[in-house]
Design a protein around this ligand. Structure first.
Ligand code: I3P
Length: 126
């Protein structure tokens, strides 16, 4: 199943579980709620699935779509003041949605930061 999906929507970075908190929607502050999410990076968007299984299912079932974050015009940055946790990055979309992503392993979150930054940069040049 994964291979079928991969051919249709090539992923830049394969799925991995990260901690995620949405902290603003359209510029409006939200109450923080950390959840573990299966995150996939595609060429123009970040996808949040509840579970890894959902990634395979979403290619077959229309009702299983993930939450997609449009990275065109987005910003990604390291943040130390939005959370008491370590290794936190913030993604701010052009529509004013703000997400925090976090992993206990610095290498893991660094890899995601760099890949998201490269994606955002390549979209702005496109
Ligand atoms: C929040 C919860 C979060 C914490 C947040 C708290 O409390 O403890 O884990 O964020 O801190 O407000 P509640 O569950 O009552 O909403 P961090 O883990 O990222 O520090 P914050 O208000 O300073 O964002």
């Amino acid at each position: 199943l994964g291979d079928i999906g991969a051919a249709e929507h090539p992923s830049v970075l394969k799925g991995e579980y990260l901690n995620k908190a949405k902290i603003a929607d359209g510029g409006k502050k939200l109450r923080k709620n950390w959840t573990t999410t299966w995150v996939v990076l595609e060429v123009n968007q970040l996808l949040f699935y509840k579970e890894s299984k959902q990634e395979a299912l979403s290619n077959l079932k229309p009702g299983c779509k993930p939450e997609g974050v449009d990275l065109c015009g987005a910003h990604v940055e390291w943040t130390t003041d939005k959370s008491s946790r370590k290794n936190v990055i913030q993604i701010t979309t052009s529509s004013g949605n703000e997400f925090l992503l976090q992993a206990d392993n610095l290498q893991t979150i660094s890899k995601w930061h760099d890949a998201i930054k490269n994606t955002v940069d390549s979209l702005s040049k496109g």
